[in-house]
Design a protein around this ligand. Structure first.
Ligand SMILES: [Zn+2]
Length: 145
């Protein structure tokens, strides 16, 4: 079996409906898309850390420290979300390598190229996703009462 990394993609390649769904080039395309996304997230995370350190040095009085603390909590929550996203990206890349990508985990239909391009880590087709979101809304409205 050809390794994803060995697959050569033509310049400006974009998966097309004309091709067989999830043929090797398509998998290589999404694998690279995810690798690039992960790289960007990691670069942003590094920037966040250095900004946080610089700000800490700049502020001394208690009011500023409180603001800084709020900012810091916000940053930490953001980074926590980023970490989760990165691990999701990694799991998705593994699924691509295992040729287990592009199908809805609920109902098994093809998720579709355009939806995957817009959201490469998605593991549900649009109708299952919509159903799941509606279920969540119902649960939340019960909790609000
Ligand atoms: Zn589905």
């Amino acid at each position: 079996m050809t390794k994803i990394a060995d697959i050569v993609l033509p310049q400006g390649y974009r998966p097309s409906e004309e091709e067989a769904y999830m043929e090797p080039r398509q998998r290589a395309f999404f694998h690279r898309l995810l690798a690039e996304w992960k790289k960007q997230l990691l670069e942003e995370a590094t920037k966040t850390v250095s900004v946080m350190t610089e700000e800490k040095a700049a502020f001394a009085d208690p009011a500023d420290r409180a603001t800084l603390e709020t900012d810091r909590n916000f940053e930490l929550r953001t980074r926590d979300r980023e970490r989760k996203l990165i691990s999701k990206i990694e799991r998705t890349m593994e699924a691509i390598e295992a040729n287990d990508y592009g199908y809805c985990e609920e109902c098994g239909v093809e998720i579709g190229l355009r939806r995957l391009e817009a959201r490469p880590v998605t593991d549900q087709c649009i109708s299952c996703k919509t159903r799941a979101e509606n279920r969540e809304k119902v649960v939340r409205s019960y909790e609000d009462e």
